[in-house]
Design a binder for this molecule. Structure first.
Ligand SMILES: NC(=O)c1ccc[n+]([C@@H]2O[C@H](COP(=O)([O-])OP(=O)(O)OC[C@H]3O[C@@H](n4cnc5c(N)ncnc54)[C@H](OP(=O)(O)O)[C@@H]3O)[C@@H](O)[C@H]2O)c1
Length: 321
């Protein structure tokens, strides 16, 4: 099968496109013939060797796939060959075939294009987990960093489903358009030198929740406008900067800081994800949520697609087919 291989830690252009043997589905796993693979920021971290896990080299990155099941491993009775599915895999997605634990696979309605299905399981799973961690409910004001990105845009849609108000932090007008399309109510610029003032203008009494996949200045600035009892959920550090938190702030404002990890939850507590995905897949089928796929590229464009993400040039999602 064709695959995009990481043979040395580094940048997207060091990936090698080539052939390798098909994977074998083990016990409890299924083989998926991949129709589309979502391009994720975490793949950049993975191939640079800066992710929380470091697979042995060489390996095939790619975490979010859609396709059809072509083989079942021993003991799998929840799927059939031919089922249309999406899956979260730790890696292996940028290939013609991938194997995934059945618990990380979700059936997808025939009406959903493969490109949208491939931008669904990790992004919406992570977003739902983060909003649940923060206990987002009707009337909350939620500020979302990297709001036109994979996790950010999913967070907007799912926060709106919970009847929250959303302040979307984005860097340009194309990204603002994506955030608006997802349902965000207010917009602030991540390039602003006075981000906390901008947020405060939209939310004079402060915000209830911060969803942060960016870190750095976004974390520091948005924390200033987190109100009494507010919650901040840390998802990642797309800015490359891991901020520090002075604990006295939590005390004096009765606030909570929480981490949320979709990948680790899949590994440690797969039932949490198994309980969420069917409802999210139902919302996808009903058109209540929709991954904003702005670029669909052939599989061979893998290095260029990852580079676009690295350069912050993707407003919405980029998917390889
Ligand atoms: N904890 C979890 O469960 C979980 C799950 C999935 C992903 N993540 C993490 O969340 C982060 C975002 O992932 P994603 O897939 O949403 O990424 P993405 O689609 O690339 O979106 C990230 C956003 O961050 C913003 N950003 C700010 N500074 C940046 C910089 N220096 N370089 C690149 N982007 C920058 C960009 O928005 P603007 O240009 O508009 O500012 C961009 O749209 C990553 O660190 C990823 O590992 C965590």
């Amino acid at each position: 099968m064709r695959a995009g291989k990481c043979v040395t830690w580094g940048s997207p252009h060091q990936l090698e496109l080539g052939n390798m043997p098909d994977p074998e589905p083990g016990e409890g796993q299924v083989e998926i013939t991949v129709k589309a693979c979502g391009v994720n920021f975490a793949d950049l971290l993975l191939i640079s060797g800066r992710y929380q896990v470091r697979p042995d080299l060489p390996f095939v990155p790619g975490m979010e796939v859609a396709g059809r099941i072509t083989r079942l491993g021993q003991g799998v009775d929840s799927f059939r060959v031919g089922d249309k599915v999406a899956a979260y895999v730790k890696y292996g997605g940028y290939a013609d075939k991938v194997v995934a634990p059945a618990a990380q696979v979700i059936r997808i309605a025939e009406s959903i294009p493969a490109s949208e299905a491939a931008a669904f399981p990790l992004s919406y799973g992570s977003a739902e987990l983060a909003l649940e961690r923060a206990g987002v409910s009707a009337g909350d004001i939620v500020v979302i960093g990297g709001a036109a990105g994979a996790v950010g845009s999913a967070c907007i849609e799912l926060a709106k489903q919970r009847d929250a108000s959303v302040v979307a932090c984005v860097s340009d007008s194309a990204k603002e358009k994506i955030a608006r399309d997802c349902g965000a109510d207010f917009f602030v610029s991540s390039r602003s030198r006075h981000l906390s003032d901008e947020i405060q203008q939209q939310a004079p009494d402060g915000v209830d929740v911060i969803i942060d996949p960016v870190g750095g200045g976004f974390f520091e600035e948005s924390l200033r406008v987190l109100r009494y009892g507010g919650r901040v959920v840390v998802l990642g550090f797309a800015s490359g900067k891991i901020p520090s938190l002075r604990l006295n702030q939590l005390l004096v404002k009765h606030q909570s800081a929480l981490g949320s990890s979709f990948g680790l939850t899949c590994a440690k507590n797969p039932q949490v994800i198994a309980d969420k995905w069917p409802r999210l897949a139902g919302m996808l089928e009903a058109g209540q949520i929709r991954p904003r796929v702005s670029h669909t590229r052939p599989f061979t464009d893998l290095p260029a697609a990852l580079q676009m993400l690295k350069d912050r040039k993707v407003a919405g999602r980029i998917v390889l087919t």
